[in-house]
Structure formats: structure tokens, C-alpha cells
Design a protein around this ligand. Structure first.
Ligand SMILES: C=C(O[C@@H]1C=C(C(=O)O)C=C[C@H]1O)C(=O)O
Length: 386
């Protein structure tokens, strides 16, 4: 396998062409070209995420030294197909500062915009969910919505990617060509599902959110309000408790801060808890660990089965990759997986953007709808629309 020479990060994204893969995570940027081996749809049936990964490695017995790497995007529902492949060429670089590209002048304009559901209907969905929660059928459900944009010309994915990186350089940026060979999953997630290196595991759930404000004082107030909101602290606690419960069997030690901190993206404030553990068995893979906690209540709800049923019943579209996970793993199982949020599926001039919000008994429909609108801004800003 040829390995691309080491380049600076601006050149890495300059080398990106449609059909390539880019993983731009905080400590590691990867540009990959081609697919040496991939897992076809029919090979995935009835298999868990980690069984799919095992099969992928079996199909490619050669080793590639430190570039022995697979890239993947997994769905929310284990039953849906995943995109998993070992690239032909890989280039890795430690990230450093980039220049911002001018979005507006380079991207085509939106022709048609549609929401599924419309804001009014989304608020009705939230009301229904709140009623079910008050009826003690479940504690929390995350409800998403979809914004469909048709552009006047094909969208240049490289520019969108460069804009995402410029706006969110310390987040989990990605562009992965999907198995359907038509579309690309692209986005900038702030949420680490699992990082596993040797005997160490890290996860960093986010739940509880406020939009950022243009005025500095208002913005600070939002963060303060979030840090002491009973509703958001409860919503967050449900996530941390579930992750702790599911990760514990794998860990000798697990450090869980007593209180969340507040982190920011360009568009949002979030409650965040960084959890670190030492594994009993270094041989457990990043994907096994990820699937032990997926879907977390941050993106599905509590209890997971009831929450999944409800979101499936209320959302008028299939999420598929949205709120799944995206990332990379080496053959020895070390790897890093972000939750696929603040993302879109792009196919030529058609783009589907997704955003969701966690609903609990105290949720106010208008506020949850506003939260999804604020979350959509990550992608809209990279498209030069907001
Ligand atoms: C579902 C999304 O975000 C998730 C939901 C959050 C919340 O409800 O506060 C916060 C971060 C994410 O875990 C999304 O961005 O679409």
C-alpha cells in the first residue's frame, strides 16, 4: 500500500476529493483514499457492530504497519447497514491551525428547503413525548428533525469540510463516503462516544444544551443558567448513569466527575462529563466498548428500548446514520468513535441535515424546537447559509 507523504494540514484537506474519507479528530487527522476492502450489505446481516469489524479484518489479512486502519460509520440501529472499509492509501497528521475558507462565494445557493417535521409538528411530537414521560412509560427520549436542502448546483464537499474545520478545529470532524456509493456523511460532532488506546478508555457524553448568544454578556448568562438548571442536570445525569453502568464491567477503575462541566461549540453550550477508565482486558476493542454503551441516553433516551420505540414512532423519517457513530480503528482494536451528530448526508445537490434534543418531563416544546434550530447552525454555517 502506498502511503502519502506527510503534509501540512491545509494540504491534507486540499488533497481531499469527493469519494475520499476525512477524519479530523482533535488529536489525529486522517485523509484516506480508495477502499482496499469493504463490508457489503449482505455480509452484515444479523451481525453486531464488532462482529462486522472482525469480518472486515478477516477479509484483509495483510498488515499495513501503523496504517493498518479501518474507517467506519455505524447506524443508530444495529439492524441497519454500516459503512466499513479499509482504505487503500492513508495519510495521517497531527492537527494544527488552518486558514478559513470563504464559504459564501464558493458554495452554490439553496433552491428548496423543507423541514421534516415542520416546527409546529415537532412541538406536537415533544408534547406527546412529555405526556408519555409523565405517564411513567420512560424517563427521556431524544427527538430529532431533518432539514432537507436542494442546492442549485452540486455542493463542493471539500469546501464544506474546510469550513467545518475552520469553525470547529477542536471537535470531531468527518466526511465519510457511505456504502450506497452516492452519499457522504459529513459533519462536526462535539461528542466523543469512545476512545480506546491500550488499556485506557475515555468517553465524553454531552446532554443539556443552550444556544450561544451574539452578545458576550447574554452568552455568559446562558452558560451559567445551563450549569445550574435542574432540568438539564437531570437530563445529563441519566446519560452518565447509563454509561457508568454499561462500562463498569470492562473497567478496573472508572473515574466519573461528580458534576458536569460546561463546554462550548461555535453554536451551543453543553453539559459535559469526561469519564476515564482502566480496562481489565486491553484486548477489548474500541468498537466492542462503543457498542456496550450505544445508544446512550444522550441521543436515544432512557430506558433505551422504550425510547427507541418512541422516537421511531414519532419521527417521520429514518435516522439511519444520524446519532450512530463515526471514526476509525486499528487492527489491534485501538480507536476513536464520535457520535454522528451536527451532521448531514450529502448527495450531489441534495443535503439532509439532522438535529435532535433530549426530552424530559419538564421540557418546553418551543425551547426544544429552538435547540434543534441552533444545532443545525453547525452545518448551515459551514455551508455559508447562516
Ligand atoms: C441529538 C443531538 O445532540 C445531543 C443532545 C443533546 C441535548 O439534548 O442536550 C446534547 C448533545 C447531544 O448528545 C444533536 O445535536 O442532534
Amino acid at each position: 500500500m502506498a502511503t502519502l507523504q506527510e503534509k501540512s494540514i491545509n494540504e491534507i484537506t486540499d488533497l481531499y476529493n469527493e469519494g475520499d474519507s476525512f477524519i479530523g479528530f482533535p488529536m489525529q487527522h486522517i485523509l484516506a483514499k480508495g477502499k482496499e476492502v469493504e463490508l457489503h450489505r449482505e455480509e452484515q446481516e444479523g451481525k453486531t457492530f464488532s462482529e462486522r469489524v472482525d469480518l472486515l479484518w478477516q477479509k484483509c489479512p495483510r498488515t499495513y504497519g501503523h496504517h493498518d486502519l479501518m474507517i467506519g460509520a455505524f447506524p443508530l440501529n444495529q439492524k441497519d447497514e454500516s459503512t466499513l472499509f479499509i482504505p487503500k492509501e492513508v495519510m495521517m497528521e497531527k492537527p494544527f491551525t488552518r486558514t478559513r475558507y470563504q464559504a459564501g462565494s464558493r458554495l452554490s445557493l439553496p433552491n428548496k428547503v423543507k423541514f421534516h417535521p415542520q416546527p409546529q409538528e415537532y412541538m406536537m411530537m415533544v408534547e406527546k413525548a412529555v405526556a408519555r414521560i409523565k405517564n411513567a412509560e420512560l424517563k427521556k427520549v431524544v427527538l430529532g428533525r431533518l432539514m432537507q436542502i436542494e442546492f442549485s448546483k452540486d455542493v463542493n464537499i471539500r469546501y464544506v469540510l474546510q469550513n467545518l474545520l475552520a469553525d470547529n478545529e477542536d471537535k470531531f470532524n468527518f466526511a465519510v463516503p457511505l456504502l450506497d456509493e452516492k452519499s457522504t456523511l459529513i459533519g462536526s460532532s462535539p461528542e466523543l462516544l469512545i476512545k480506546k488506546v491500550g488499556g485506557k478508555v475515555i468517553t465524553n457524553p454531552l446532554a443539556g444544551s443552550r444556544p450561544r448568544m451574539a452578545n458576550e454578556e447574554d452568552d455568559k448568562k446562558m452558560a451559567e443558567e445551563l450549569s445550574c438548571s435542574e432540568k438539564d442536570l437531570y437530563e445529563h445525569r441519566l446519560v452518565v448513569e447509563a454509561i457508568e453502568r454499561n462500562l463498569k464491567p470492562y473497567c478496573k477503575t472508572l473515574t466519573v466527575p461528580a458534576q458536569p462541566s460546561v463546554i462550548s461549540t461555535k453554536t451551543m453550550w453543553h453539559l459535559s462529563t469526561r469519564i476515564e477508565g482502566e480496562l481489565y482486558d486491553e484486548g477489548v476493542s474500541s468498537v466492542q466498548l462503543a457498542e456496550s454503551i450505544h445508544p446512550t441516553p444522550a441521543i436515544c433516551g432512557t430506558p433505551a428500548v422504550e425510547a427507541y420505540q418512541l422516537l421511531n414512532e414519532l419521527e417521520p423519517y429514518n435516522r439511519h446514520y444520524f446519532t450512530g457513530m463515526v471514526g476509525y480503528s486499528t487492527r489491534n482494536g485501538d480507536g476513536e468513535w464520535a457520535i454522528s451528530i451536527r451532521c448531514a448526508e450529502l448527495s450531489q445537490r441534495q443535503m439532509k441535515l439532522f438535529a435532535g434534543a433530549g426530552i424530559v418531563a419538564q421540557s418546553v416544546p418551543q425551547e426544544e424546537c429552538d435547540e434543534t434550530a441552533a444545532k443545525l447552525k453547525t452545518m448551515l454555517s459551514a455551508l455559508g447559509i447562516e
